[in-house]
Write a protein that binds this ligand. Structure first.
Ligand code: G6P
Length: 608
């Protein structure tokens, strides 16, 4: 999500910035910009669209003289992709330029405060707050202004900053967004990721949270959040460019799975304030929420599976009837949509043809629509009455992982909010749920750290022909996604079944050694699923079970058990899916498949 590059040295900066940004294109972006100090003032160029547009606009950077500058590729979050919203952002008199990667979570509050003090905002971005806040705190000492801003902003950020009054240095800081500093031969660089600097140096400093770097042409100094000098050691990068783009991971899918703790945090944190859920973009009054009579969830692929999960939550918690449809069915079945209905369209890309058509169908019938979308400014985001964004960042691997996790979180938030507003969930109960929700990122991280055990197990199944996933309730929804992941990337036939339905046909396919993945995280259904496990095992199945910590009695009936940490029963999908993603991933790797680009599949299905 967004790319930052900065250079200060002996060479012309702009061509180096463009070159560095081109190495960050994989991160996804929809506009780009640069600010370069020319010896007198800070010049700026911005362009919506591909980097090539900015390249052509500046003749490959040649038309921007100066040896110090910052560049940015923006993946829109706050505000649509446009020249105005593209970075860099400036204070009023253009003496401070800022590029930013991340989300300033308290920007609304800060913007109000700054507006009250007379600051005028040009863009819709959260980033512009940083430029004006720096201006507000700057009294001649840039380091002091930077540390003050760090104390005021909440959320995630990597920043590159130029102060016109201190043109011989560039400042850079980070918190929860990536940032590295490179010591080059002709000058020094900052970047969001290593590939951007590899052409110039392999000598790199990894900036830790709340650390500040000050770069001049010859020197690099580091400070802590209080502005005190700190020592850092550089590392020599041994990776090649390809590996570096994936942050050292072998595949984008592995990288994206590992980004899930962050994705969940980013989607959740800005919307939880003092034990309340605040979804500003929902734009619905409590009365309107109370008036919802029915929810239709419409989506495709994994997004549809998140809807299957949230049906249980909306119905269980908020007691609102929910219908879930795959979009390609919904659009042609002449759906009955009655007044008081809310249509939820869930889509990572925001461009899936069937989901878009379903949205239009709902609008045609005059029904209010809410998009849960990852790509800002995409068709579904633009056309839905309201949009709630998942802050997962660009997803490159065709098989979704982090966007799926973010979609779940967005729906948990909605369901809990609706339940609370409709009087079905007290403030105390909601606070307890939110407490559990906040633990999810660390719990996901813990499960990801267990990858070697899953890898060993997965290696035993690379020759499998059929795999069955079973579960009940939310566990059935998890099974659907686990099964889809496996077939998508490993080409092994797999099916997900509601465990209780097995006896009506599928159990005839169980043979000696057939792998059955049984998901059993719902306490009230545990015994029932256990019976189904026994049934398949009696017929020769090898059972891999995913269940909650403490359910050790399952070990008597399952051959291989994966435990997930305790959480609220409605959140188990967020945890149980992690080992299933890892399992699919390692089977695919073991088989030598093209993990990130499986055959016949596309990331964004823009035809029906
Ligand atoms: C494709 C992708 C899936 C995704 C589905 C829906 O099949 O491979 O990962 O879940 O499309 O895409 P959307 O962008 O609408 O979420």
């Amino acid at each position: 999500m967004c790319g930052i590059v900065g250079y200060i040295g002996k060479e012309q900066a702009a061509p180096i910035l463009l070159d560095g940004l081109s190495k960050l294109e994989y991160r996804g972006y929809d506009s780009a910009g640069m600010a370069v100090y020319d010896g007198e003032k800070i010049n700026c160029a911005k362009a919506t669209g591909r980097l090539k547009v900015l390249y052509d606009l500046t003749h490959g950077g040649e038309t921007m003289p100066g040896c110090s500058g910052i560049g940015h590729t923006r993946w829109a979050t706050h505000g649509a992709p446009s020249d105005v919203n593209a970075h860099p952002h400036f204070n009023a008199d253009k003496t401070i330029a800022v590029v930013h990667n991340g989300i300033i979570e308290n920007y609304v509050k800060l913007k109000k405060k700054l507006t009250d003090k007379g600051y005028e905002f040009r863009s819709e971005t959260d980033t512009e707050v940083v430029a004006h806040l720096l201006d507000y705190y700057y009294k001649g000492d840039p380091l002091e202004a930077v540390t003050k801003v760090m104390h005021r902003v909440e959320g995630s950020y990597a920043l590159g900053i130029i102060f016109l009054e201190h043109p011989d240095v560039i400042y850079s800081v980070r918190k929860d967004s990536p940032l590295i500093v490179g010591r080059g031969k002709t000058g020094n660089l900052i970047a969001s990721d290593v590939p951007a600097v590899l052409k110039y140096t392999r000598d790199v400093y990894f900036i830790e949270n709340e650390e500040i770097a000050r770069l001049s042409a010859e020197d690099i100094a580091f400070f802590n959040v209080d502005g005190e000098p700190i020592e850092k050691e550089s590392k020599t990068i041994e990776w090649d460019i390809n590996a570096a783009e994936k942050g050292g991971y072998e595949h984008f899918m592995l990288k994206e799975m590992n980004e899930q703790p962050k994705t969940v945090r980013d989607t959740m944190n800005p919307r939880i304030k003092d034990d309340q859920i605040v979804i500003e973009e929902l734009g619905m009054t409590d009365d309107e929420i109370r008036a919802i009579k029915k929810i239709h969830i419409v989506a495709c692929g994994s997004a549809y599976h998140t809807g299957v999960t949230s049906k249980y939550i909306f119905e269980g918690l908020a007691r609102i009837p929910v219908e879930v449809d795959v979009a390609s069915e919904f659009r042609y079945r002449n759906p009955i949509l009655e007044e008081g209905a809310l249509v939820l369209i869930i889509s990572q890309s925001g461009e899936t043809a069937d989901s878009l058509a379903a949205l239009r169908e709902a609008k045609k019938q005059g029904i209010q629509t809410l998009g849960i979308v990852n790509v800002v400014g995409s068709s579904i985001a633009r056309e839905a009455d309201k949009v709630m964004y998942t802050w997962a960042g660009p997803e490159i691997a065709v098989a979704t992982t982090k966007a799926y996790s973010a979609q779940l979180i967005a729906q948990y938030l909605l369901a809990i909010k609706f339940a609370n507003v409709r009087g079905k969930l007290s403030d105390t109960e909601m606070a307890a749920m939110l407490k559990d929700m906040k633990k999810l990122p660390d719990q996901i991280e813990m499960l990801l750290n267990n990858k070697e055990r899953i890898q060993k197990f997965a290696n035993r199944y690379i020759a499998a022909k059929d795999v069955f996933f079973i579960g009940r309730g939310i566990d059935y929804a998890i099974s659907l996604e686990g099964s889809l992941k496996l077939k998508e990337i490993s080409y092994i036939h797999s099916e997900a079944y509601a465990a209780g339905e097995l006896k009506h046909g599928t159990i005839s396919l169980i043979e000696d050694g057939t792998l059955v993945a049984a998901v059993a995280t719902q306490d009230d259904l545990f015994k029932k699923t256990l019976s189904n496990i026994v049934e398949v095992r009696t017929r020769g199945a090898f059972v891999m079970a995913v269940t909650n910590e403490g359910n050790t009695e399952i070990e008597k009936n399952a051959d291989y058990v994966i435990y997930i940490p305790q959480t609220n029963k409605y959140f188990t999908n967020s945890l149980a899916i992690i080992p299933l993603q890892l399992f699919s991933y390692y089977v695919s790797v073991g088989k030598g498949c093209d993990v990130d680009k499986p055959r016949n599949l596309a990331k964004s299905v823009t035809v029906e």
